[in-house]
Design a protein around this ligand. Structure first.
Ligand code: G16
Ligand code: MG
Length: 678
């Protein structure tokens, strides 16, 4: 077929974006350009499938960028329907952490058009359902150091300013938690953080916060998505963004920055943030007469501040080319902790993440290499890392053999929970334990549940993602008057009660450094403290990992896991055993089935087609398979609870060995194991 021939064709040159009638003779390279103003691409050899043509046409009406238009027109000229369908056949959706995707042209990628459309949808939705709060508090916008982030933030700000709304736009890169803080401190109607967190450099993303300071959950995600679809035509943002429009190359933000509705919330928000943080310091001040007491049943007596800080020494810290360095230094000052040594090669924001394959401290040795080298040279015992938007915290300790041992998110969570609980009890003996609550995601270790049972506080589980943890924490506070002390997820995300309702790698780092100082000051290692927690609360052998996939493959895997029969959720269709271990119960959050519940229905919120299945196995094992909402990964999470560490490890080994081929069908579905990191 011919694409865009005759009267249906756009009146602009598709490749160059200039108006058709005014077009000068086409450059020689523009093979498809025609002098007839109604015919823009007519090469008889161009064949794209019929459903693609209108998508291309629509996209090229929006996109004004030469390079990005060029990519689309090239694909059209070469008849690459499959690639065009991949770029234009769907729209980026709100997942675990807002929009996240590779940058590039098309509605299924992150780019200026998609960002402007998203901001327009968000703006109209807020005008509709939160008009008063929008009028009084406006919106907060922040960005990280990735390619595109600053521009996408400016675009978002311009969309709101163009409708007369107040916009608190940070004028420098900020950690994600500062946007959550900004929404709370300014009583804003919403917040936007432009970041793709720890994803590779080709990605960007868009985290959206509701007026309660948490990332959006249903029904707002669906409401905003519908408002986006209803407001796809790009608003004229001149003169806020000058150039011929924000979505054209070389736009200027001078008009935006001079706009009276615009403010920089940095001073106000950072002052409030560090004031809250100061209240989480538990080591006694230097001048205090009495030292802090033991850390509970496993403690080893009192520790003076001087002894604690002396034992801590100088920790090593890396922000992994992200935004964490300056905020972390101020957090350590707030706690009067020694200034950490910051890995110089990874200190400043760098969108290329040049020294790491993955800017994700969960990804193993490669990501830690520079920090461990620095710590080894300097004799540091504690190494801390944030992910690039500084909402996650990773920790490693130098063992007696001189080797660094990174702790898992569950282990860091257990140590922080213990520290918070012990100190809260001392400070607030008047609050009954039953009025206190800690939260974890459903795929995190159940050690926190065991701690809660023994200590008498409440434990609440949520779906994966801090959007769920934060919103549930708010509900518990507002509706039940509970005191939320701590929330965590295995994906190295931690939220301390008293801060804001999102994970925060900066406050967690300062609190963890104090915890470490106290532990070292009392003559123990973090590893020993952790083992004492297992002795007290029970042993949990936890393993997690992932396979590389894509959306279609993941759907095929889950279809098979459900017995190939779609989403009926009939018990009979699920696996009966894994690696010879009997399946005792199944919970499927894509069908609402939970055979462990008396009524057979899942307690956690579920949605048809969601890709998360949990198997309860004989021998105290729980295995969850889940499609990531932020990366092309199919994740597994396995935990074996048992009093005998060796037996638990043997069962965990056996299940990990069996799950890839037997349960997931790795080879059959064409999924891949991640390359080992060195
Ligand atoms: O990437 P971040 O640091 O924003 O973190 C985001 O993604 C993580 C992984 O999600 P998934 O397993 O769906 O990939 C979530 O656990 C986290 O709550 C969310 O904020
Ligand atoms: Mg992050």
């Amino acid at each position: 077929m011919q694409l865009f021939s005759g009267r249906r064709a756009a009146s602009r040159c598709l490749r160059h974006g200039h108006a058709g009638p005014a077009v000068a003779p086409a450059p020689a390279a523009c093979r498809t350009h025609r002098s007839n103003r109604h015919v823009v691409i007519t090469a008889a050899s161009v064949t794209v499938e019929p459903d693609i043509a209108p998508l291309v046409q629509r996209w090229l009406q929006w996109d004004r960028r030469g390079a990005s238009r060029e990519q689309i027109t090239q694909l059209v000229e070469n008849g690459r329907s499959a690639e065009l369908r991949d770029l234009l056949g769907s729209r980026l959706e709100f997942g675990t952490a807002g929009l996240r995707g590779k940058m590039g042209p098309g509605t299924a990628r992150m780019n200026a058009v998609v960002v402007q459309q998203t901001a327009q949808g968000l703006c109209v939705y807020l005008e509709d359902v939160a008009a008063d709060q929008l009028a009084s508090g406006g919106i907060v916008v922040g960005y990280d150091g990735r390619y595109g982030s600053k521009e996408y933030a400016a675009l978002t700000a311009a969309v709101f300013a163009s409708r007369g709304h107040r916009v608190a736009l940070f004028r420098r890169v900020v950690p994600t938690p500062f946007v959550a803080a900004g929404v709370a401190e300014l009583s804003a109607a919403a917040g936007v953080m432009v970041t793709a967190s720890h994803n590779p450099k080709e990605y960007n993303g868009y985290k959206v916060y509701w007026g309660n300071g948490c990332q959006i959950i249903p029904p707002h995600d669906a409401g905003i998505a519908a408002a986006i679809e209803a407001n796809l035509n790009l608003w004229n943002l001149e003169p806020l963004l000058i150039g011929a429009g924000p979505y054209e190359d070389g736009a200027s933000t001078a008009g935006l920055l001079a706009c009276p509705q615009l403010s920089d919330p940095w001073d106000h928000v950072s002052a409030a943030y560090y004031a809250r943080l100061a209240a989480l310091s538990f080591l006694p001040p230097a001048a205090a007469a009495s030292p802090i007491g033991s850390t509970g049943g496993n403690g080893s007596g009192s520790v003076s501040r001087a002894a604690a800080l002396g034992a801590l020494g100088t920790p090593v810290y890396t922000p992994l080319h992200g935004v964490g360095a300056e905020p972390l230094l101020r957090a350590f000052q707030t706690f009067s902790l020694p200034e950490p040594y910051i890995v110089p090669s990874q200190r400043s924001p760098d969108p290329d993440f040049p020294t790491v394959v993955f800017p994700n401290p969960e990804e193993g040795a490669g990501t830690w290499a520079a920090a461990f080298a620095a710590a080894g040279e300097r004799g540091a015992r504690l190494v801390l890392a944030n992910d690039p938007d500084a909402d996650r915290l990773a920790v490693a300790e130098c063992g007696p053999n001189g080797q660094f041992r990174p702790f898992t998110g569950n282990e860091i969570g257990a140590l922080l929970a213990h520290w918070v609980w012990t100190n809260f009890r001392k400070r607030h003996p008047e609050v009954p334990p039953s009025r206190c609550v800690m939260l974890a995601s459903a795929v995190s270790s159940k050690l926190l549940g065991a701690m809660a049972e023994k200590e008498g506080f409440k434990f609440v589980e949520t779906l994966t993602g801090f959007k769920w943890l934060g919103n549930t924490a708010i509900k518990l506070e507002r509706e039940q008057g509970m005191t939320v002390l701590f929330a965590f997820e295995e994906a190295i995300g931690f939220m301390l009660g008293g801060m804001y309702k999102d994970k925060d790698g900066i406050s967690a780092a300062a609190v963890f450094a104090e915890l470490t100082a106290h532990t070292y000051g009392s003559g123990r290692t973090l590893d020993e403290l952790l083992r004492s927690l297992y002795d007290r609360y029970g042993f949990f052998d936890y393993r997690s990992g992932y396979f590389i996939t894509d959306a279609a493959k993941s759907r095929a895997v889950f279809n098979d896991l459900r017995g190939g029969g779609g989403f009926e959720g009939r018990t009979a269709l699920y696996a009966k055993e894994v690696a010879g271990v009997r399946v005792a119960s199944v919970r499927d959050l894509g069908t609402g089935l939970d055979t462990s519940q008396p009524d057979g229905r899942a307690v956690l919120p579920w949605q048809s087609g969601d890709m998360m299945i949990t198997y309860g196995l004989e021998g105290g094992a729980t295995l969850t398979l889940r499609a990531s909402g932020t990366e092309p990964k199919l994740k597994y999470y396995l935990e074996v609870k048992g009093s005998d560490a060796a037996a638990a490890a043997a069962l965990a080994d056996r299940l990990v060995g069996g799950l890839a081929e037997e349960l997931v069908g790795l080879s059959r579905h064409g999924l891949k194991r991640p390359a080992p990191q060195h």
